[in-house]
Design a binder for this molecule. Structure first.
Ligand code: 5AD
Ligand code: SF4
Length: 475
């Protein structure tokens, strides 16, 4: 699909700005009635893409006159930005909705809104219509740029508004954004996914792959840097296939080269890489870069060739290991992390042993391990041989132990080194410490104060605590 910012998108942007003004009138009437500024609470479930969407949604809420709160109890508007990649995320949303209903009974002004991946599933909408009738507005992943307009429709109507699109090719730039961190930001470079791994619901709820115009991406990063951002994370379900469908195709590696040139930008991260599309050009760009962080998230999902085939991952264990070898040879200090699923239909304990073998060979710095969750509508959901829970549990526990041991061993290798950290936040347990993130994504806690936030400092890694360090600034 060819994608460039079209006049349609610009018109849409202007239209949404008009709706923001209209919505602001309703919010100001509400303010008068309440005798205070109305409060909005946006709760994010799921991945970095959702986190970025939530920043856009919060940006619009602020623009029309809400102040943000983290407390659902204090809020006059609660928006859940949902995830559906595994069923437990869905169950959490249903559970919390029941609680929101009790809050709404106490606060008649309260509005309850739902959006995100879970809302793209017809069965979910049916259930909410039937059993959660107190919800005011539901929209999906394709029309979040219409949020202001949807809010106006909600204010003008009493009944539940549901607006779900199956697809869109629109990418509306330059709407307000409320960034969570002043010094770092996510940037969408593409939307959707074309891979159709057989367990995964993402291609069904996020639609086909669409890349943003590189010029728009670079312009957005430049603006962020002017605004004080030093680290960015380029976001996409499969960044390695970025740009393939643009009118003037460009590779992800070429985009990175351009991003690297932006003055004032200090660190570049990206997420997520599909092993089958990771090019030699990308490895070269990473090796030569001063700004790309020494971290690669490279989901393996499984180690058995039979399971990888059934998952439609389109690589074998040997190909994956060879790729890791190539990356490690080019960039020896790189941290590699992964995602693993246990309990895919037909997976035996012998298959899990293959996965464990990959973990031992790759020596991951961290691995996110998930129990397979059956997602209706995906090919895997229709497969026979769903694995009994006890077998899944046994394989999962065994794998987790190896993952943790390996990660600990990797972390210990950094003992005593001095490395650069971005100061990210005040330590949660001890306010005399700040928490920083190393280029390899590891956390380190050290004495410093809040004035250091967003600064890059050199830290000595004094004591390893399993997966993180405590240390001190050496500058
Ligand atoms: N069950 C369990 N884990 C899943 N993931 C995606 N779909 C499923 C599923 N149906 C995991 C994959 C992916 C990560 C984001 O979520 O490991 O990389
Ligand atoms: Fe899902 Fe596979 Fe696409 Fe990742 S690459 S979002 S696992 S279909």
């Amino acid at each position: 699909m060819t994608r460039y910012t079209s006049t349609d998108d610009v018109q849409e942007e202007n239209l949404q700005r008009e709706y923001m003004e209209k919505a602001a009138v309703y919010v100001s009437a509400l303010k008068e009635e309440l005798g205070r500024t109305p409060r909005g609470c946006v709760v994010t479930f799921g991945c970095q893409m959702n986190a970025r969407d939530s920043e856009k949604l919060s940006g619009i809420l602020i623009k029309i006159g809400y102040e943000l709160t983290e407390s659902e109890e204090e809020a006059d508007l609660v928006l859940y930005n949902t995830c559906t990649v595994r069923d437990n995320a869905n169950q959490r949303v249903y559970g919390r909705l029941g609680y929101l209903n009790s809050l709404k009974k106490k606060n008649p002004h309260m509005r309850i809104l739902l959006c995100g991946c879970m809302m793209q599933e017809p069965a979910v909408i049916e259930k909410i219509r039937k059993s959660y009738r107190f919800v005011d507005l539901i929209f999906g992943t394709h029309n979040i740029f219409k949020f202001a307009q949807l809010l106006v429709t909600m204010y003008e109507n009493q009944e539940m508004i549901v607006d779900i699109w199956q697809e869109t090719d629109q990418i509306v730039e330059q709407l307000p954004v409320n960034r969570k961190y002043s010094y770092k930001s996510g940037i969408n470079i593409m939307f959707g996914c074309n891979n159709f791994c057989s367990y995964c619901i993402v291609p069904y709820v996020r639609g086909r792959e669409r890349s943003r115009d590189p010029k728009e991406i670079l312009r957005e990063i430049e603006r962020l840097v002017e605004d004080g951002v030093v680290e960015i994370m380029l976001l996409g379900q499969n960044v390695n296939s970025y740009g393939k469908n643009l009118e003037h195709p460009i590779t992800f590696a070429a985009l990175l080269r351009e991003v690297e040139k932006i003055e004032g930008l200090k660190r570049i991260r990206f997420m997520t890489s599909h092993p089958k599309d990771l090019s030699d050009e990308l490895i070269e760009v990473m090796r030569d870069s001063k700004k790309i962080c020494r971290h690669l998230h490279l989901p393996v999902q499984a180690g058995s060739d039979r399971i990888l085939k059934a998952m439609n991952r389109r690589y074998t264990k040997e190909q994956y290991l060879a790729l890791v070898e190539k990356i490690r040879t080019a960039i020896p200090d790189i941290a590699i992390t992964t995602d693993i699923i246990v309990g895919f239909p037909g997976e035996t304990l012998a298959d899990v042993e293959e996965t464990i073998d990959v973990v031992r060979k790759v020596q991951y710095d961290n691995a996110f391990t998930f129990i397979y969750s059956k997602r209706t509508g995906t090919p895997a959901a229709a497969m026979e041989e769903q694995v009994p829970e006890a077998v899944v549990r046994e394989g999962f526990d065994k794998l987790l132990k190896v993952v943790q041991d390996t990660a600990r061993e990797r972390a210990a290798l950094l003992q005593g080194k001095v490395m650069e950290a971005l100061v990210e936040e005040v330590n949660e347990q001890d306010a005399s410490l700040m928490t920083g993130r190393l280029s390899n994504n590891m956390l380190v806690h050290f004495p410093a104060d809040v004035s250091m936030l967003g600064r890059l400092v050199r830290v000595s890694l004094d004591t390893c605590h399993g997966f993180y360090y405590t240390g001190h600034i050496v500058d």
